[in-house]
Design a protein around this ligand. Structure first.
Ligand SMILES: [Zn+2]
Length: 293
């Protein structure tokens, strides 16, 4: 009875001891870059574009992880001791974890990258009445503000490279503006049109281009039979053929609707790391879907 837990615990205890003994400053392979931590992958893209070779951005919610209910791993919290700043995007897990994130490194600056962004209310996004839609980065107009906030933070934390951060920001903003123009050309003719998505992650993009996002998810849940019937009605009335879903969430309800309307499910990822290429792809998918209606 006693043997099993003791044997099982030994390697774990040894591992913890080794981890604790390692000096926090010795970041293996981190070079001498400024270390920061960000919440989601699109934010890492923006930070690395502006930081160039001077900044290493660790990420909390990695590929395939779910940002609404994410729980930082103990080693991620420990690794915060090496970060000079934590850059938030105001995603849900951060509301729950921010105190513990801050406690993990009291000298780490907490930077709200969404400061100054006009937020929109959350739709169909769980029992979060009165909360704002966290997916701000899917709007180029708002991503501009995130980028400027990131530049300000990096220049403050590392004034020696401030000029480089300025130049990198200018190049990034030029890319964002070019993307916004492409999106305007592709989606501008579709003002007022509806598109169907499983999880309402595209509200800010819809807002930028005058589109209407209709969410399959209601209050963070799959729709009831009555809600499903209403969705099918909307889809048929507007001859919607595409139901957008995302790779890290269930596509079951989306597939049910697609089958009912003789349409198809198209995957779009609000959390892809290559922010610029991804929004281009999403725009093409959206434009194609709207052209079929
Ligand atoms: Zn979401």
């Amino acid at each position: 009875m006693f043997r099993f837990p003791r044997l099982a615990l030994l390697p774990l205890v040894a591992l913890v001891a080794v981890a604790c003994a390692a000096p926090p400053a010795a970041a293996p392979g981190a070079g001498d870059g400024l270390q920061v931590t960000v919440s989601v992958l699109p934010l890492r893209y923006l930070v690395e574009r502006i930081g160039g070779g001077h900044v290493v951005a660790n990420v909390m919610v990695g590929p395939g992880d779910e940002p609404h209910s994410y729980e930082p791993k103990p080693e991620q919290l420990r690794a915060l001791s090496r970060s000079v700043a934590y850059l938030t995007a105001g995603v849900e897990f951060e509301d729950v974890w921010m105190d513990r994130i801050a406690d993990a490194n009291r000298s780490m600056e907490i930077v709200d990258t969404t400061a100054g962004v006009d937020l929109l209310p959350l739709e169909g996004h769980g029992d979060h009445e009165g909360e704002m839609d966290p997916h701000v980065w899917v709007s180029p107009r708002r991503a501009r503000i995130l980028a400027e906030n990131i530049r300000d933070a990096l220049a403050r934390l590392d004034p020696a490279h401030a000029e480089e951060y300025d130049a990198n920001l200018a190049a990034l903003l030029a890319d964002i503006d070019a993307l916004a123009e492409e999106m305007d050309a592709a989606l501008g003719g579709a003002r007022g049109r509806r598109f169907l998505v499983f999880h309402p992650a595209w509200g800010y993009l819809a807002d930028d281009y005058g589109l209407v996002q209709v969410a399959v998810e209601v209050g963070g849940q799959e729709p009831s039979a009555a809600e499903m019937a209403a969705l099918l009605n909307t889809a048929r009335e507007e001859s919607i053929r595409v139901v957008f879903a995302q790779p890290n969430l269930s596509t079951r309800a989306a597939e049910t609707i697609a089958a009912e309307i003789g349409g198809r499910v198209v995957l779009v990822d609000p959390l892809a790391e290559d922010w610029l290429a991804n929004l281009r792809e999403v725009t093409a998918s959206l434009a194609e879907a709207l052209a079929e209606e």
